[in-house]
Ligand binder design. Structure first.
Ligand SMILES: [Zn+2]
Length: 169
């Protein structure tokens, strides 16, 4: 089931998520819905708080479903390594239509659990490393805006506020 994606301004989006304890059918339904919602958007990543669920779950698929078996599901993820620097434009399904150049590590290694609770490790360079950092930020209640310097962030927030006043957000 495709679920509505919440946008910047909804409080839950900027609160830390809770670890998953039960790897049950409710979790599997949540993950399936997140994957379907990500593909429909379309986007390359989605975190549970973006559909209003405060749990440490995120999904990533750089192919947006075009190549089978590419989807990564991460439950209770955490970084074990980050190194290097990349500067690329970044957007977010919860901040539609607005992008900014965000500094991120070039390489990231994350450990966590898969949908069945088994331990997994994901290593990413470039875009995958960026997606991992973006989605894990969501689980800490952080948006890409929060990684920008004051003035850059203010410009984007002003544009959002304007759209909110116009009822277009
Ligand atoms: Zn995002």
């Amino acid at each position: 089931m495709i679920r509505p994606i919440v946008k910047f301004g909804v409080a839950g989006l900027q609160a830390p998520s809770q670890p998953v304890v039960e790897f049950d059918t409710a979790l599997h339904t949540l993950i399936d819905d997140m994957i379907e919602t990500m593909y429909a958007a379309p986007g390359i990543g989605l975190a549970a708080p973006q559909i209003g669920v405060p749990l440490q779950v995120c999904v990533i698929d750089l192919s947006i479903g075009k190549r089978g078996g590419q989807v990564i599901t991460l439950v209770n993820p955490e970084f074990v390594e980050r190194e290097g620097l990349q500067l690329e434009e970044e957007g977010c399904l919860s901040v539609p239509g607005l992008q900014a150049t965000v500094p991120r590590s070039e390489r990231a290694v994350v450990t966590g659990r898969d949908r069945d609770g088994l331990p997994i490790t994901i290593e990413g360079h470039g875009l995958l490393a960026r997606a991992l950092q973006h989605e894990l930020d969501h689980l800490d209640g952080r948006l890409f805006l929060d990684r920008l310097r004051g003035i850059q962030r203010d410009v984007i927030v002003r544009r959002i506020r304007k759209q909110q006043r116009q009822g277009a957000w």
